[in-house]
Write a protein that binds this ligand. Structure first.
Ligand code: UDX
Length: 440
């Protein structure tokens, strides 16, 4: 089976590499010459665990090219894994998806299945099929299948090989058969991934409904966490108590400074936008979006209360990526927090093990960048923790006391045990838990 994958971001590249790993011949297509050159030299353009290893192991079955005509002309299946970024009104921008459709319509020389992996609004797959069929140059047929992606960044390779489920949306019998063949190795030992076929609109909806549910779970627990702060309850104990109910479970109940990343923020806004357009507003999703926006700056209430005037203070921001294990900064809470610190006139130094280059593209010389965590903490009036990297979690509480000018720690990711902090000479403010103040 000859497979082409359009787009070499988190979804496209990981999908292509995993397909090669399970035995398919795969051509990865991208418009970016630099990225293609890198990949030809075995370098992944994104930071993702195990990806380069699998690129190397499967290099015989992997081709990287900008030549879409060559890649698409005799492909059996073409996966579209390009981005669908957010427009200013919250809707999904499908420009890149349709650009690939144009290329497919221009290039294909035999019947093929086009699979939309990009997250797209409900009904898009139907439109994509009509669009390609209308613009196609030769007398060949195209069947479009929806196949949403559920991988999380940082664990993308594992999430694709050992996926929670494979969801395919197609009602066309030959497309159905081809998709089953593509995924057959993943549905068997050692992967045993459940395989579900349904209609295209349902498959598109599964993706949004899943992501928005998880985002909602986070916003819910963040509100409960904030309420714990008001009532003297401890969010860790509360979530532990909740998690024994198997209907609730223990996952995605970590409070924090809000969700970021390339999916939850965009997918909540896109689904909400679509619901408004269809005159059927999803009010829970709107609430989820509002709660998350506010949550990102939650720590400032305590910071302002403690310092009153922030101008001229030296601040360390620990962690910039939207979560550990990735250098991705999309919608990362650190961005909003650093912007606000700058507005207050603080001198800011940021630490992150992998995303400082990306962060410097946003803030340039307005702030300082430090790859050495201890140096980032040294001589600061206060530090804010934005990402729960192990490097940060492994710092002993006394280190803050010994290195900082005044050891005020505002932890947006609950990196430390309260018991551990109680014996340190620090002020420690975390999410949904009692404040420890040993500086009084
Ligand atoms: C998510 C989904 O998990 C994945 O299935 C989908 O395909 C894409 O979107 P990702 O964005 O990579 O994946 O990261 P995820 O681990 O889900 O975290 C998203 C955000 O939620 C992060 O900012 C994280 O810090 C936050 N989060 C997660 C919490 O604040 N609390 C939690 O309990 C879990």
């Amino acid at each position: 089976m000859k497979i082409a994958v359009a787009g070499t971001g988190y979804v496209g590249l990981v999908t292509g590499v995993v397909f090669a790993h399970i035995g398919h011949n795969v051509t990865c297509v991208d418009v970016d010459e630099n990225k293609i050159e890198k990949m030809k030299n075995g370098i992944s353009p994104i930071y993702e665990q195990d990806l380069e290893k699998l690129m190397l192991v499967n290099k015989e079955r992997l081709t990287y090219t900008t030549d879409y005509k060559e890649a698409y002309k005799d492909a059996d299946v073409i996966f579209i894994g390009v981005g669908t970024p957010e427009r200013s009104d919250g809707s999904a921008n499908l420009e890149y998806v349709y650009k690939v459709c144009d290329n497919i319509a221009e290039s294909i020389e035999k019947d093929c299945v086009v699979v939309v992996k990009s997250t797209v609004p409900i009904g898009t797959n139907d439109e994509v099929e009509k669009y390609i069929q209308k613009n196609i140059k030769r007398t060949v047929n195209v069947y479009v299948a929806s196949n949403p992606e559920f991988l999380a960044q940082g664990t993308a390779v594992h999430d694709t090989l050992y996926a929670s489920r494979i969801v395919v949306g197609t009602e066309n019998e030959s497309a159905k058969k081809i998709m089953e063949d593509v995924y057959l190795p993943l549905t068997r030992e050692p992967y045993n991934v459940p395989y579900l076929n349904m209609n295209r609109r349902s498959a598109e909806m599964v993706k949004y409904a899943s992501n928005d549910f998880l985002a909602l779970k986070i916003s819910y627990i963040n509100e409960i966490s904030n309420f714990c702060e008001k009532t003297g309850a401890d969010i860790n104990d509360v979530t532990r108590g909740m998690s024994f109910d198997s209907r609730i479970g223990s996952k995605f109940l970590n409070p924090g400074v809000g969700y970021g990343g390339s999916c939850f923020p965009k997918d909540t806004k896109a689904l909400h936008r679509l619901s408004v357009e269809l005159d059927s507003e999803l009010k829970t999703i709107q609430a989820c979006i509002e709660v998350n926006k506010k949550q990102k700056l939650h720590l400032f209430d305590s910071i302002i209360e403690d310092f009153k005037e922030l101008k001229g203070l030296n601040v360390g921001v620990l962690g910039t990526s939207f979560k550990p294990g990735t250098d991705d900064l999309r919608e990362a809470p650190a961005i909003e927090n650093v912007k606000l610190l700058l507005e207050y006139g603080c001198n800011i130094t940021v630490y992150d093990p992998v995303s400082l280059d990306n962060f410097s593209k946003i803030f340039g010389n307005k702030i300082n960048y430090e790859l050495n965590l201890e140096k980032c903490i040294s001589n600061k009036d206060f530090v804010m923790i934005m990402t729960e990297w192990d490097q940060i979690k492994n710092i002993k509480p006394e280190v803050y006391d010994s290195l900082m000018k005044t050891p005020y720690i505002y932890d947006g990711r609950n990196c430390y045990d309260l018991i551990e902090m109680k014996s340190a000479h620090v002020k420690y403010v975390s999410m949904g838990r009692n404040i420890i103040d040993n500086l009084k």
